[in-house]
Design a protein. Sequence first.
Lengths: 743, 545
Amino acid sequence: MIQPVVDFIKKEMTLRSWKGPFTEELVQRPGDFGLGQLPDRLKPDATTTMICGFCATGCGLNIHLKNGQAINLTATTDYPVNLGMACPKGWEALTPLNAPDRATTPLLRNTSGELEPVSWEVAIRTFVTRMKGIQKKHGNESIAFMSTGQIPFEEMAFLGVLSKFGMQLIDGDANTRQCMATSVTAYKQSFGFDAPPYTYQDFEESDALIFIGANPCIAHPIMWQRVCRNKNNPEIIVIDPRKTETAVSATQHFALQPKSDLTLLYALANLLIQNGWIKEDYIEAHTTGFEGFKTHVAKFNLEMASKATGIAPDRILHLAKTIHEKKKVSFWWTMGVNQSHEATRTAQAIINLALMTGNIGRPGTGANSITGQCNAMGSRLFSNTTNLLGGHDFLNAEHRNKIAKIMNIHVDRIPQRNTLAFDQILDQIDAGKIKALWIIATNSAHSWIDQKRVLETFKKLDFVVVQDMYHNTESAQLAHLVLPAAGWGEKEGCFINSERRIGVIKNVRKAPGEALADFHIFRLIAQGWGLGEMFKSWTHPEAAFQILKKASAGQPCDITGIEDYAHIDREGGIQWPLAQGTKLESNQRRLFADGKYYTSDQRAIFHYENPRPMEEPTDSAYPFLLLTGRGNSSQWHTGSRTEKSAVLRKLSPRESYIEINPMDALEFEIKDQDWISVQSRRGEVKARAFLTQTVQRGQLFMPMHDITTNQLTHPSFDPYSRQPSYKCCAVRLTQNLPHLRPA
Amino acid sequence: MAEELKTLIDDLLEKQQLLTPVTRFSQKQESHLLPKQARYYQDLIPLSKPKQGEQYAFQVELDLCSGCKACVTACHSLNGLEEEEIWRNVGFLHAPAGEKPFQQTITTACHHCVDPGCLNGCPVDAYDKEEETGIVRHLDDQCIGCSYCVMKCPYDVPKYSEKKGIVRKCDMCHSRLSVGEAPACVQACPHEAIQIIIVDKEAIKNETKINQTIVPDAPLSSYTVPTTQYRSKKGLPTHLLAADRHQLKADQGHTPLAIMLVLTQASVGFIGIDLLARLMDWPISQPWSAVIAILLGVAGMISATLHLGQPLKAWRFFVGLRHSWLSREILAFSLYLPLLFLYTLWLWTPEMNFLPAELPTFLFKSTTGLILGGTTVFIGLIAVGTSIMIYHDTTKPLWKWSRSGIKFYGTALLLGVAGVVTSSWIENSTCTEAHTLLLQTWMAAGFLKLLFEIKFLRHVKSNSWSPDKRSALVQIKTLKFESGIRFFLGFIGGILIPLAILIAPQNEALFWISFHGFILLTAGEIFERSLFFKSVSSAKMPGTP
């Protein structure tokens, strides 16, 4: 009786408590599974590996499981992509699954205009009845869909074949239009196939790396890791109007004027030719069109380039010299190039430089497009949107026959024209031709260029279906029907990363409520539409994978040599191609070692064109050029997932901000942290001024993650890739309004 | 058809809940002597333990830090922190106008200081600087949640958790280090920018004399002698500025603390002025004053307790007496209140006719009373002094003793005078000469205190950026509403009402007018104290805009 009281008092009366419940919470003990020490409550009873679901780096994550459910994760130590490292988004990849605003039941807009929970049966029936109704009245071209680069390609493919071959839709685009369409077009035209030639090992093997419109420190931190592991003391050259984090780390930074990149690249080509710094034998043996290119670039002299770019002639010459002198030069580009009004030709100007200097097909070289989304590369091959399944061509009868055979359908079910791009789909909605839109795992109401127009256009639709993890994305708020989707970590399938590496994702979490994997949702729609028979072999993602393997047979992206998911898992991802019967010799494979390209004559083609002025240049009314881009490494696109993590929120700005050069700020009497008003011809937004030298005079920068940014952007597009030119539009600072704050 | 769809829905909903990876994919169950990541980090931690006079320290290669923030999230995940809790952060420095464009990201966690501010401030010794490693550890079960370490640390390291009611912080993964594993941040940095090294404490101390800060625009190192080594082979340009230096975010308000300070100071002022009145033999003093002083003091202490996350553990406050002003404050007020109680009891005794009434009044009826009253007021004034020192000791310019001194003693004087005058009219509504004198004092003190606070705002106009300029800007921009209320209340309660009474000392409503003045004045002081907390400019590591 007395003892417990004494004990209690003794315990409470220690002058210093070294132990207790709070201390215990953090005490670490061996976590096993090669993980080192971990807090007790986070000790796993099993682990499994899968690919991260944010960007196209495609990092391997080691998922810590307890009773089959993921409780934590670390980066996979021996995965050939990320070598034990991950960026903050990867570390926090599980957190967005727990968000309270997950969509847990289908939601249907009722007569009073509110989204109301309904059963799956009602949801599918509504989907089918409304869509079929519209289709019957207005034809196959009255329904379009907008897909994504964020779901496994088995799901993309199911969507693609269900909608086009089954439901007989023709127009279905994906948000990859916003990030990679340019690279696709450029590679296809130049190489004969959409084939990024590199492997990440090239980052480590180059002796010069040239980044054009890319900021890997922020956008692809793990690729930057690979650059930092380069032991050749490489020249790191950054071509970017801003002094980005990457530019600071570079050995040479060219802060060129926005949209002068094409001129610069042609001038570099000209310099290389003039000085005889080219590989004539390679050009001769493996390319076509060089003579025309040579003539074309002849007029791009140093003086002209210097004037256009704002970079001193001797520095441009030095850059050309660097390209010449270094033995292994790799060229890397991303959205700074892809999102432009002349993007395709710019990407090809980079490809041309690699071709003419023989910097391709060898370790540490290449004209390499860094991809954005985790499965943009999967979308490019298997989504059946821009390309016919497996990197085929809708316009090619032979291809249609091949796919019809594999799919076991009549060839007439395959559309004979290409899909409209999303900007054209919007035009068709405005024209009253498209009446229904089905949006899958993307948030166009936030991310598409010239946002106000998008919102107005969406209102004209009779039926909008949004299929997403969250019921409250900007796009879901406009939907008539919301289909609750399971997310990354709650389903199976494959992603393809930037270096063509196929990796597996697994179901390590139970989806909340009645949320279903997109694959399952497509099965339900197929069943409801009366297409159950046609898609009866599409039972689960791995079954679809086997079908897609067949579709890839004989293509540059042939993956018939991959057995199954377990094979991919075992090998630490497998890069395409791997045709049946070939041995997987290395985990770091690059293309074109033999100089043979995928064109009919196996030669790469020089493409070129005169630069065009940007579509909305600055003028006296709108004197500033607004640049946009990734603002920081802890935010992903529209934030529908990253905003769900408290930690990632802490690591990213909570208010709209705009970067402005201090000298411009002085002129407009703007002080650091003042609220200012930014206006374009399309909208007005308010943001805090951040005075920084990293932007040049006359230029402003806003991060793309900010919902307001696209109210300002100008809807101009590359004519070949139809990719929006997000990165330049004319704006003005309406006035100095330090007292202004967003309502 | 309908049936088929229904069956399929049920089937798929069921399938969706199955978790298959463990059974479907073979597990590579190798037993590892070392954790797998060791291959990357084994060169990033020291092979040996620190020797006498040495300790562990973080070393950051700035040229390698790209600002990816993996360190922050890895620390969060591998240490099992709360959802929003982070022990590391990443900010950046950039070049000011006129210089060449430049930016440098800075990853920062606890600097495991040689002379830790958190440890020195902690009233209950919930911090321990490990003898062997020099790691500054926080004893989570010892913590009373007073947040004083949060104010003391110039690097914004200890983080208070509302949910837990305690502070937690980086412990350099001491447990991992003890078995030869690297801290989470070291394990996770893709660029191997963070490592653990052994430093000589004396050398670090001397270093603070040469390099005043560990990175540009960081707090002065001399205060706590931080050990983290930031290195750059390329060299950082001079004059770099923290990206968030112009941010005007208000700090926490600490309402219970603001109330505690104002009420305890009012209590001391009350009993002090009352004592003065007794000494001067003014017809003002009366036993109610002492009772009100007790009520104010007790209310203040209760409010202080509300501020604590773990009030039941606060009895250990005396443990830190040798170094913590907070310990000393608690001690001082713990002496003051019982004394005040005794004194009050004594004051009430003659009312109850326990003692002969013919003792000379100037001696307060007895020397015992004088000694008791005097000691009470003296200890009270010392207690207010310890409050001042608590804030002064944080080295924040807004809180230096000359400023908090005027504010805290000003509050005591102002509320003491106003309170004693008011309570003298509880039973008797006459305005004597002594009343006039005190009313004039009330008005003058009210005016001077407001003037002192308004004068501070002149820093807004200063050409160069300073903590004072920032504080002043926070007051007039970010907190313009609160500041407005503060000056309005101070003007009405501190100037207008005593003036009104002086002009027209109506007999009937004297108490009520004065009482309202006192209440408005007290409210005004609480707002003043809230601004004191919210507008403080704390030195910190560079953040993000």
